[in-house]
Ligand binder design. Structure first.
Ligand code: AMP
Length: 209
């Protein structure tokens, strides 16, 4: 199995499937969104710089994100899931050059926008973003509490509907060339993300193994 690059709009299931692959298939997960949120929580210089941009659902600059990504990668020692990176064609080319011949497969999680908005409005998670629930389709056993860690679940500020809609439009504007690029490299596979967590996982495993 090689490295995998998850492409898909916010709410398409990339984070949920990443957690399963980490658990069951020995992948390492690198999510640029989670890394940026950690910087905000630490109130680091970088965190202070990016907070306002993220609160509005806009993209952080390519330079800042790539530095953070590189600082959190150890390609020789592990296979990775790239989640939330690349977001545009420049980042896609940067990632292929960072991988520098290391095998990878890009997977596009395909799902209708209105369904995505609905999913995000109902999404709750642990503070680190690692355990993700949906209050309608995948609720925790006790409302508001994580089954795994017992901590209180939160709603991300950028999962509120108006910001969600902006994030969707940013995604729609930037993803086309990224998909074309991986297609031309012969590295793009698509997954129907409008299915249960278990079915998406099985079809993912069958595609990447
Ligand atoms: P996510 O958790 O992937 O939905 O990302 C949340 C927010 O973090 C995005 O709306 C952006 O503001 C920022 N972000 C995450 N990944 C990137 C990236 N690759 N490039 C630019 N901004 C990013």
């Amino acid at each position: 199995m090689s490295n995998v690059i998850f492409l898909g709009a916010p709410g398409s299931g990339k984070g949920t499937q990443s957690a399963l692959l980490v658990d069951k298939a020995q992948f390492n997960h690198v999510s640029t969104g989670n890394l940026l949120r950690e910087e905000i929580a630490k109130q680091s210089e970088l965190g202070l710089k990016v907070k306002a941009v993220m609160d509005e659902g806009k993209l952080v600059s390519d330079e800042l994100v790539v530095e953070l990504l590189k600082a959190n990668l150890d390609l020789g020692s592990s296979k990775y899931i790239f989640d939330g990176y690349p977001r545009n064609i420049a980042q896609a080319k940067t990632l292929v050059s960072i991988l520098d011949g290391v095998p990878f497969q890009a997977i596009y999680f395909k799902l209708d926008t209105e369904k995505l908005v609905d999913r995000l409005k109902n999404r709750r998670m642990t503070k680190d973003g690692k355990n993700i629930y949906n209050v309608v389709t995948n609720p925790p056993k006790v409302a508001g509490v994580c089954d795994v860690t017992g901590e209180a679940l939160i709603q991300r500020d950028d999962d509120k509907e108006d910001v969600v809609r902006h994030r969707m439009s940013v995604f729609d504007e930037t993803i086309g060339p990224v998909l074309d690029y991986f297609k031309e490299l012969g590295k793009l596979l698509e997954i129907d993300a409008d299915q249960s967590v278990e079915i998406v996982y099985d079809s993912l495993i069958s595609k990447i193994s």
